[in-house]
Write a protein that binds this ligand. Sequence first.
Ligand code: DAH
Length: 337
Amino acid sequence: MIEKLKQHQDDFDALISKVPSLKELKQLRSDFLGKKGCVSLMLNEMRSLPNDQKPLAGKHINAFKQNVTTLIQEKTLLLEKKSDLTSSSSEDFDTTLPGRGSPSGSIHPITQVMDEIITIFFSLGFKVEEGPEIESDYYNFEALNIPKDHPARDMQDTFYIGEDVLRTHTSPVQIHVMENHPPPLRIIAPGKVFRCDSDVSHTPMFHQIEGLMVDKTLSFGDLKGVMNIFLHEIFGQQTKTRFRPSFFPFTCPSAEVDIECVMCSGQGCRVCSKTGWLEILGCGMVDPAVFKFVDYDPEEWSGFAFGLGIERVAMLKYAINDIRLFFENDIRFLKQF
Ligand code: DAH
């Protein structure tokens, strides 16, 4: 019997060393430890032995069973580990695939144009100022010489918040700055403005840049000079400009400035409605009434102001035909700038 056991042990050792997978190992386990396996058969055989030989035979069979069990456990762990490695390295996981990139953003075209405009005016000695987006009626209208029943209020579709308004233009920053600083001064005020309006060329929120210069002897000639320098820098030195008389309650005289159409070079096209010109900004000499609101002496000080929409400049610079593209956050659009 002991001889037989030894033979079984040798067989088992040979078999387990060659077992290639968990499936075959399971079969080996059933061959040796299963109900009709080798160990069970040996125990049955043991019963027919003379009583005095049973204990020793039982001891050897148990030792054999224990040994087989341990070796199978060890082999199971080994094969499991191996199958984990192979399935993740060669079956499911392709190590040649490129890693997941983290896409980098870009500066929004409106911010780019805004920065460009700020840089130009900075070189002319203008400082950046900011004001609140929620304004009182006084700053948005009254102090800019737009009284309650003035028709100019209808030009701007105002969002009201109780008594206050979302500023409809950046012009109120002029008032804040003059209230807080004595003349002379040179400022620009970039920022968001709000109007209840929406189509291909209007969005309820857009951006403006306001400018204000106050000094002792400023003339309309100074205003023209500064506007021309700015427009030539931003649209190119060849760009023709023209000043048309206009009306704003806070400037007098007032003008609107056109540039030669950037699409057709003045030939006349759909973009410029066949006129060859594009309106680009409003400007004028500060109205003495405005100076009175901020306690500047209009006899001593003169000034000019201007305001323009950033989206309009960006649309003309980059030939964009729908203002809403700026605010849809479509990465395919934004990536082009
Ligand atoms: N605030 C005006 C608007 O939103 C633009 C403007 C025109 C600003 C003339 C000015 C100016 O400072 O002088 O339509």
